[in-house]
Design a protein around this ligand. Structure first.
Ligand code: NAD
Length: 486
């Protein structure tokens, strides 16, 4: 029998109103810990719905951009307060919808509040530079201006933080937003948009359209009224979106996957490194773009590191993220659950040794639970060393020197995040210089970047633009260079 958390269907939010899609199709969003439980229903919208949202956004943006940054900031401060008041409910919805543990979901929602407040404050910053002219009777300056309508396409793994770290800067710099969240976590995203509605956001400035990536996401990429598209998700979808937007002359930003290395040097604090491998690799069930999926360990401490790692991973409790004693929740969907098991099978077929876990856990509710898995004897040409698994799987790799470790770390298509555990300043400095990663972390896990710092990757992980902090201004604005002759 199906249990339903939310009886309502979450509608689109277009032009300041909750509106029904012209299609009559709805999709159920289910709890991965109890797949029979319906968390809510969302609409499978049509291209026409998306186009309507874009029309509304275009009209709304014309007034929105005329406000001062401080006025726009006041709206964001209001949303932050409302999100904070609803933190418990939204975090619980997130846990039910995509399986992340409740403390992680609360942490992410609190981060959403902080992101809104950070960008609300950004509304008070100056928007350009005075540039000395060679003409003494002229004034020359640059002025940052909004782009217009921004399309925001987001994944399911951070359903509060990612929509907000894209939408909040887009809005504060004077753009209107059309958000299309991942179907697997669209109920959580809709609840975030409810906070904008309650804050009295002006009509058309922020819009939500739910539905299939191949329909709504695709239309966002194609719609010429959308000046810029910011995307976070898988590499293949990102590349497709990038090409589509570029073909019509639009601006785009792609944040994609990772195969992030954590290097453990002989001279490090081994217990700290073990904790970081576990936290960075297995928190959120390994479903983070920055998760430490490759652990590259120097031979001198390899065996000791491995024993300590196994001893600690044995203590991990897997279960429903709502239970207080759960450390690791289920995989977010049946598709993820099956795909991770397939990688575990491939790893064994390729000759890596599964030294811990990796089996599905029987559960009376049919939850998508997997034991955390540790592979030993992983070599760089294996799929499990090259492809993003997006699950609770650690690949151990042995090296003789730190130089060899850095070469191995770089021997993948991706370049998002990387960390080294070492007390040797020479090792640390050469790691900072030579590692191919946008996020470079020393004695700290690969996952986790403060919201005021630039975030993004290199190589196949990114289109090389940066999100978060001041860096977001580059993407969400363009510049006018103004010459005033007296
Ligand atoms: P996904 O690529 O399947 O989907 C992402 C979004 O794109 C969803 O909203 C989806 O509906 C939409 N989409 C799908 N097909 C589309 C199409 N043809 N045109 C336009 N839009 C389309 O990714 P996912 O499974 O939701 O998320 C997991 C991936 O996201 C992982 O690869 C992970 O590494 C990545 N990720 C990256 C970051 C980062 O900042 N680098 C952060 C979180 C997640």
């Amino acid at each position: 029998m199906k249990t339903t958390m939310e009886t309502r269907t979450f509608l689109n939010y277009i032009n300041g109103k909750w509106s029904e899609s012209s299609s009559n199709e709805v999709t159920e969003s289910n709890n991965p810990a109890k797949p029979n439980e319906v968390v809510g229903k969302i609409q499978s919208s049509t291209k026409q719905d998306l186009d309507n949202a874009v029309q509304a956004a275009e009209a709304g943006q014309k007034k929105w951009k005329k406000m001062t940054g401080a006025e726009r900031g006041n709206y964001l401060f209001k949303v932050a307060d409302i999100l904070e008041q609803n933190l418990e409910d939204i975090a619980e919805t997130m846990t039910r919808e995509m399986g992340k543990t409740l403390p992680e979901a609360k942490g992410e929602t609190a981060r959403g509040v902080a992101i809104l407040r950070y960008y609300a404050g950004e509304g008070m910053r100056s928007e350009g530079d005075v540039i000395p002219s060679t003409d003494s009777s002229a004034l020359m300056f640059s002025k940052r201006v909004p782009l217009g309508v921004v399309g925001v396409i987001t994944p399911w793994n951070f359903p509060v933080a990612i929509p907000l770290w894209k939408s909040a800067p887009a809005l504060i710099y004077g753009n209107a937003v059309v958000l299309k969240p991942a179907t697997e976590a669209a109920v959580t995203a809709a609840k975030v948009i409810e906070c904008f509605d309650k804050a009295g956001f002006p009509e058309g400035v922020i819009n939500l359209v739910t539905g299939k990536g191949s329909v709504i996401g695709q239309r966002i990429a194609e719609n010429e009224q959308i000046t810029a598209v910011t995307f976070t998700g898988s590499n293949s979808t990102g590349q497709h979106i990038g090409k589509t937007v570029a073909a019509r002359g639009g601006k785009y930003q792609l944040e994609m996957g990772g195969k992030n290395p954590l290097i453990v040097a002989d001279d490090c604090d081994i217990d700290l490194a073990v904790d970081a491998a576990i936290s960075g690799g297995l928190k959120s069930t390994g479903q983070k773009c920055t998760c430490s999926s490759r652990v590259i360990v120097q031979a001198g401490i390899y065996e000791k590191f491995k024993q300590k790692l196994i001893a600690k991973v044995e203590e991990i409790t897997v279960g429903d993220g709502l239970n207080e004693n759960t450390w690791m929740g289920p995989c977010a969907s049946k598709g993820q659950y099956e795909s991770v098991q397939e990688y575990i099978k491939i790893g064994q077929e390729e000759g890596a040794e599964l030294i811990f876990g990796g089996r599905p856990i029987n559960d009376e509710d049919g939850g998508y639970y997997l034991e955390p898995a540790i592979f030993d004897h992983v070599s760089t040409n294996m799929k499990i060393a090259q492809e993003e698994i997006f699950g609770p799987v650690l690949a151990l790799m042995k090296v003789d020197t730190v130089e060899e470790a850095i070469d191995l770390a770089n021997d993948v298509d991706f370049g998002l995040s990387a960390s080294i555990f070492s007390k040797n300043i020479d090792h640390i400095l050469s790691f900072i210089d030579d590692i191919d990663a946008g996020l470079v972390r020393i004695n700290s896990e690969t996952a986790g970047v403060e919201l005021q710092a630039p975030f993004g990757g290199m190589k196949a992980s990114s289109s090389y633009s940066r999100e978060q902090g001041q860096a977001a201004k580059e993407f969400f604005t363009t510049m006018k260079t103004v010459f005033v002759k007296g």
